[in-house]
Design a protein around this ligand. Structure first.
Ligand code: PEP
Ligand code: MN
Length: 273
């Protein structure tokens, strides 16, 4: 039986059970001007929350690691300006107090999905947690990671499919959209999709977003930039600011058609080859 859907409230914005969340913003906070400009654009275009990393988990230790506390202060200013709740990543338990002060939603990144002390800390934070699927994690492992947050008494967890490693090398990751209906059958938690990191290029972000909405996702977390050619991080996959409003409109029209994707379940044979 399909689970009755859980609806979470994040500072007045609802997600789950047919309430579609559009979380948008830069990969990382680069400067005050960049972040405030993008925040205003996505707010005007219908985003319901602002994303942006102040602490970045980078593959290379020599890449930009984020502005840290300075970035958090800029996010706080962006919230004051637009009213959008803030989604930002926590990568280290030692930064928890500072991040919790600014974050309405704590993002746990794919590389930290099984960082159990970090999950426990997020569980104790009192903030909603957006948990991204690990690069090679099964859905069962994702759900077990979510349990680390839930067991601390924090029931506000959003699951996020962002692409997994497969044999395919034509794009960065394989976006597993079947995770959406499958997770919705396995849990009542909201399920969102990150259509940015799997393609790694902007022209494939909208089709994957629309497909995710059609699959019944409860929301999208997407990267947007006002100057992607000069972005410090993930520029090639960032939607252009000027394209955001029309993208959001098309996305909403698909989300409305798809509803919350709670379909009548069918009897599945025990072994499907
Ligand atoms: C991000 O959201 O910018 C990010 C680093 O995501 P992921 O953890 O999915 O790679
Ligand atoms: Mn990114």
């Amino acid at each position: 039986m399909t689970n009755p859907r859980k609806i979470l409230e994040v500072d007045g914005r609802m997600i789950g059970g047919g309430q579609f969340a559009l979380i948008a913003g830069p990969c990382t906070v680069e400067s005050r001007e960049q972040t405030l400009d993008i925040a205003e654009t996505v707010a005007a275009g219908g985003a319901t929350m602002l994303r942006g990393g102040a602490y970045k988990p980078r593959t290379s230790p020599y890449s930009f690691q984020g502005l840290g506390r300075e970035g958090l202060a800029i996010l706080a200013e962006a919230k004051a300006l637009t009213g959008l709740p803030i989604v930002t990543e926590l990568i280290d338990v030692r930064d928890a107090d500072e991040v919790v002060e600014v974050a309405d939603v704590i993002q746990i990144g794919a590389r930290n999905m099984q960082n159990y002390p970090l999950l426990t800390e997020a569980g104790r934070s009192g903030r909603t947690v957006l948990l991204k699927r690990g690069l090679a994690a099964s859905l069962q492992e994702l759900l077990m990671a979510a349990e680390y947050v839930l067991k601390e008494g924090n029931e506000d967890v959003i699951l996020c499919e962002r692409g997994i490693r497969t044999h395919e090398t034509a794009y960065r990751f394989t976006l597993d959209l079947l995770a959406v209906p499958a997770l919705k059958e396995m849990t009542d938690l909201p399920v969102v999709v990150d259509p940015s990191h799997a393609p790694g290029r902007r022209d494939w972000v909208e089709p994957m977003s629309l497909a995710a909405a059609a699959a019944g996702a409860d929301g999208i977390i997407v990267e947007v930039h006002n100057d992607p050619e000069n972005a410090v991080c993930d520029g090639p996959q960032a939607l252009r600011s000027e394209a955001f409003a029309s993208y959001a409109e098309r996305l909403r029209s698909i989300a409305e058609i798809a509803g919350d994707g709670s379909l009548e379940p069918v009897a599945v044979p025990a072994a499907v080859i």
